[in-house]
Design a protein around this ligand. Structure first.
Ligand code: FES
Ligand code: FES
Length: 178
């Protein structure tokens, strides 16, 4: 059966059985390999993606539940690596083997979208289901705090720029007229 869904901003039509896990549609049908398979039972978090902005386990989400919705995978966080989570993960050098990190980043970005300034407790609660066999949990927590700081600066940047440029432009106009 054919299903339509938007993946990373692109409308896609996939022809697969209704029970096909979203994970396999993403990886095998659409060839987006950032999303990983770990347990296949919603236990490890490796396969986490956003479905209409909410972090879900794609290994246990059938395509029939994703039809008509917006899916974001690791590849869709940003095209140029400027998502705060991408920047923070690089700065803090979070990954070890890297296998779980797509899922960690997708859960982290969903958390920050609804809670821009999470506490340690908020982070621990949100990240609880994302298992890392390399034990990067402390770096993940640090990177989420860092991403929150970066996101706050990115949000403030346009206002600051306009605050700076407007008086300069006004001053230039005034001085030209004088
Ligand atoms: S592969 Fe989906 S939660 Fe483990
Ligand atoms: S970095 Fe290796 S499993 Fe998490």
């Amino acid at each position: 059966m054919a299903y339509k869904l938007t993946v990373n901003g692109r409308l896609e039509t996939v022809d697969v059985p209704a029970e096909t896990p979203l994970l396999w549609v993403i990886r095998d049908t659409l060839s987006l390999h950032g999303t990983k398979y770990g347990c296949g039972m919603a236990l490890c978090g490796c396969c986490t993606v956003h479905l209409d902005g909410v972090a879900v386990r794609s290994c246990t989400t059938p395509i029939s539940k994703a039809a008509g919705k917006h899916v974001t995978t690791l590849e869709g966080l940003s095209a140029d690596g400027t998502h705060p989570v991408q920047i923070a993960w690089t700065e803090i050098d979070v990954p070890q083997c890297g296998y779980c990190q797509a899922g960690q980043m997708m859960t982290a970005s969903a958390l920050l979208a609804k809670n821009p300034k999470p506490t340690d407790a908020d982070i621990d609660a949100a990240m609880d289901g994302n298992i890392c066999r390399c034990g990067t949990y402390l770096r993940v927590r640090k990177a989420i705090h860092k991403a929150a700081e970066i996101a706050a600066k990115q949000t403030k940047a346009p206002a600051t720029a306009s605050e700076l440029t407007q008086p300069v432009e006004l001053a230039a106009i005034v001085s030209e007229k004088e």
